[in-house]
Design a binder for this molecule. Structure first.
Ligand code: NI
Length: 157
């Protein structure tokens, strides 16, 4: 296991759409394990493979001790609404309020390629939406209340 470098705002790879995982092999396990090391080393709650420069649909999350690995995740149902502050390891020195669904159901595969579905509320829903957005080249800044201020200061990248 090893830490990988987290891409920062302005890196064009953060804006690419990631491709589905098709091989559930040692390379994927290594990526997942490295992502875990990288997330914990940076005190993150979630990390998308895109953030370490790997354009594959892989997400990990740790919500208060519950650890999730989501391969090829898709939101298949969502309901309600919540507003809370978000931050991102790829967007240093900025946090802002983002509107998200209150509850989501995510369909994904585990690291061995088996399908599962998981439904969660609040932080689970917020984090899953944030990380899946990464796989589509979307950053929380784009959905935040003060995005215009941010773009004005750092540019719309
Ligand atoms: Ni993020």
């Amino acid at each position: 296991m090893a830490k990988r470098k987290v891409l920062k705002y302005g890196d064009e790879r953060l804006r690419k759409v990631a491709k589905p995982v098709t091989e559930f092999d040692d390379d994927l396990f290594e990526l997942l394990d490295d992502m875990k090391d990288t997330m914990y080393a940076n005190n993150g709650m979630g990390l998308a493979a895109t953030q370490v420069g790997v354009l594959r649909r892989v997400v990990i999350m740790d919500l208060g001790g519950s650890f999730f690995e989501l391969i090829n995740p898709e939101i298949v149902a969502s309901s309600g609404e919540q507003e809370d502050e978000e931050g991102c390891l790829s967007v240093p020195n900025f946090s802002d309020v983002v509107k998200r669904p209150y509850k989501v159901t995510v369909k994904a595969k585990d690291r061995y390629g088996y399908d599962f579905e998981i439904t969660g509320e609040k932080y689970f829903a917020r984090c899953a939406c944030h990380e899946i957005d990464h796989l589509n080249g979307i950053l929380f800044v784009d959905k935040s209340e003060n995005r215009e201020k941010y773009y004005k200061k750092y540019g719309k990248k």
